[in-house]
Write a protein that binds this ligand. Structure first.
Ligand code: MG
Length: 288
């Protein structure tokens, strides 16, 4: 099933997609319950009643986890072809320069970077002019845990969504640690909604990204270097994962930095990311 957080007539709702994703069934969950954790607030609640049905075209979608309670975990260099294009770009400040990492590279983005589908990716040219897109499958944790084994890892997953791990390449390289380059305001579009874990085949799910209609990234989650159970085991190694935590699993080849010369985002661009079984996350780029 797919679930979304959205605004309609000035009121926020939690809803379930129906009729081939054209209708939202409003669920009887108080706004105070879902305003932060979004779709994850359904965990442990009896199946809520449907109070209304609204066409998707009539609502403003919010991110499925509108304001994560802490940073979004992210994995870097997690598809072979992307690891190679990034190593060749000259911007690689990670420890595993020029090589496929031996363990997952984990960094994070501030919770305030999360934006909905349709919201603008802000391009502040006084700060950076090397802003890049990264299409990624994101895991939404349901069951908390610490020292989670690979074998048990998928039982901790509530579902999946799409994240655009927007990145300033010069800031990413300049500061060695990636937080600043990855956490500029508006740099984590997420959505358009979330799907429950049973709907995604991690071994074979297409992931694509277009900029202004031009296909730039075209891969499959089956090509991840470190798969989702390995990522969850690595992050939860001494760190308790909480319900509502979001983990972006890495981007395939075809980012702007991979082109010669690089093809960074510019004001007026439209970035669309599609993951099979989830939907399409689409965001314009706006110069500020
Ligand atoms: Mg990334």
């Amino acid at each position: 099933m797919k679930f979304a957080v959205f605004t309609h007539n000035g009121k926020q709702h939690l809803g379930r997609l129906a009729d081939n994703d054209t209708v939202l069934e409003c669920l009887d969950v108080p706004e105070s319950v879902f305003e932060q954790d979004g779709v994850v607030s359904l965990i442990g609640r009896p199946s809520p009643a449907v109070t209304d049905k609204i066409p998707v075209s009539d609502v403003e979608l919010l991110a499925p986890v509108p304001r994560p309670s802490r940073n979004v975990f992210c994995v870097g260099k997690n598809y072979y072809a992307h690891a190679e294009e990034f190593a060749a770009s000259g911007f690689d400040s990670s420890a595993a320069k020029g090589a496929v990492p031996e363990a997952p590279i984990v960094f994070s983005k501030l919770p305030e970077t999360v934006e909905a589908t349709g919201s603008a990716i802000k391009l502040d040219k006084s700060v950076t002019n090397t802003v890049d897109y990264e299409a990624e499958l994101a895991v939404i944790i349901g069951k908390p845990g610490r020292n989670i084994s690979k074998k048990d890892a998928l039982s901790h997953v509530w579902g999946y969504t799409i994240v655009n791990d927007v990145t300033s390449r010069d800031l990413q390289g300049h500061h060695n640690q990636w937080l600043i380059g990855k956490s500029q305001d508006s740099f984590c579009p997420m959505g358009p909604w979330a799907v429950t874990a049973d709907e995604i085949d991690l071994a074979d799910t297409p992931i694509k990204c277009w900029v202004n209609g031009e296909l730039r990234q075209d891969s499959n989650t089956g090509l991840l270097i470190f798969d989702v159970p390995t990522i969850i085991a690595a992050i939860s190694n001494g760190i308790t994962l909480n319900s509502g935590d979001v983990i972006a699993t890495g981007t395939p080849a075809g980012v702007g930095i991979g082109f010669k010369p690089p093809r960074y985002l510019a004001g007026g661009d439209i970035v669309a990311i599609e993951i099979g079984g989830i939907g399409t996350l689409e965001n314009p780029v706006e110069e500020i």
